[in-house]
Ligand binder design. Structure first.
Ligand SMILES: *Cc1c(COP(=O)(O)O)cnc(C)c1O
Length: 391
């Protein structure tokens, strides 16, 4: 046997973490790192946040799982709070971003098909998108490297250039059911959608009777400085996928929808054994407790401003390494001139964790609770790493 016991589907960095505290991670061999990857935008409140630990412990001692054969109090509580703080009227709980997107796509098809439009199933998606790794979501994402070897491709997705409203409009046919975009493309390289583009997609959806789906799996839950990134544009979707930051590290996803979009998602149409179990709901409710505190989002924006100012100066100083800084709030991309993998390796050498993305970008996705001192420390590391790369 030469295959590893863990299926080798990831190109992993050789680090094993033993514990975390706030924005810090500690390895089993005694090294410490400032975590500006946050488990790919998952640990929104950092590691071992006392309120989350307490909520999960309390729930663990009471009840773990009952299935969705019964009412789940934590679901009803979390759903009511998310409804009160979003465009949505209803939501389905699942365990991951891909599942949240699957529910979004199924909801969009059913909206039309249960109403008699049996031939409406196609969804317009954007080039550079990422929506997950299931068969349907790799087809939605349309990236050759994710589709390779997994034919036949799930039918029903028409890909257009991200940001090109004319192309999207020209792609609408009588079979089109929905259009889906990330308000900021994450895996694609931190590409921010112009608010006018999102407005144009909303108008297009309304004109042709399509549903507008936002994949906020990465952008949601305060990451960009609003609870949901689409709030910056003033455009509301009909359906929205959430996951990553929603449970602060506990696996949970959600598909939020307006009453109109979800009107045919009745008993028996969709399900998940684990979705929205009491442990996940206790943790996600605890995340929301913190995020709905009046000072939380102002902190995200203030600390993001400080980080952006530092990064702008670093990019100007190290023009041989970095081309630009882009993104929104604490979802930040450093577009590199040298391979992004070299930059990430050098950042690790200097004690900072970051994440790669498409278009040769280094992603900075720190916990939303980072302090000014941690911003200073991270900026100093990036500065030093860039200096060492330039020589
Ligand atoms: C991470 C991500 C997903 C997939 O989430 P999983 O939990 O890995 O299934 C989907 N959409 C976007 C925008 C993401 O960033």
């Amino acid at each position: 046997m030469s295959i590893s016991a863990v299926m080798p589907t990831y190109a992993r960095t050789d680090l094993v973490f033993e514990r975390g505290q706030g924005a810090m991670l500690y390895t089993d061999d005694g090294r410490s790192f400032l975590d500006f990857g946050a488990g790919i935008a998952v640990n929104a409140l950092g590691h071992a946040h006392p309120h989350l630990v307490e909520a999960l412990k309390l729930q663990a001692e009471k009840l773990w799982h009952t299935s969705n054969l019964y009412r789940v109090a934590g679901q009803e509580k979390l759903a009511a709070r998310l409804v009160a703080n979003s465009f949505a009227d209803t939501m389905f709980f699942c365990n991951s971003g891909a599942e949240a997107m699957e529910c979004a796509l199924k909801t969009a098809r059913r909206y039309h098909q249960a109403d008699g439009a049996k031939d409406k199933y196609r969804v317009i998606t954007a080039r550079g998108a990422f929506h997950g790794r299931t068969l349907a979501t790799i087809a939605a994402g349309g990236q050759a490297k994710h589709l390779d070897g997994f034919a036949p491709q799930v039918d029903g997705f028409d890909q257009v250039a991200f940001g090109n409203l004319n192309e999207a409009r020209q792609t609408v046919t009588p079979q089109t059911a929905a259009v889906v975009v990330e308000p900021v493309q994450g895996e694609g390289g931190i590409v921010v959608a112009d608010p006018e583009y999102l407005k144009g997609l909303r108008a297009m959806a309304d004109e042709f009777g399509l549903l507008l789906i936002f994949d906020e799996v990465q952008t949601g839950m305060g990451r960009t400085g609003k609870l949901f990134a689409h709030e910056w544009s003033g455009v509301t979707p009909d359906i929205m996928a959430l996951a990553k930051g929603l449970g602060g590290g506990f696996p949970v996803g959600a598909c939020l929808a307006s009453e109109r979009a979800a009107k045919f998602m009745v008993a028996g149409t969709h399900g998940s054994t684990f979705g929205g179990n009491p442990l996940a709901m206790a943790t996600a409710n605890a995340v929301l407790d913190v995020m709905l505190e009046p000072g939380f989002l102002p902190h995200v924006n203030a600390v993001a401003d400080k980080l952006w100012a530092k990064l702008t100066a670093i990019v100007a100083k190290h023009g041989a390494v970095f081309e630009s800084v882009r993104g929104k709030g604490l979802m930040i991309g450093l577009k590199c001139k040298v391979p992004n993998t070299d930059v990430i390796a050098r950042l690790i050498d200097h004690g900072l964790l970051a994440v790669g993305a498409g278009d040769n970008v280094v992603r900075l996705l720190p916990p939303l609770v980072i302090t000014d001192a941690e911003v200073d420390a991270a900026a100093a590391i990036i500065d030093r790493a860039a200096a060492s790369l330039a020589t």
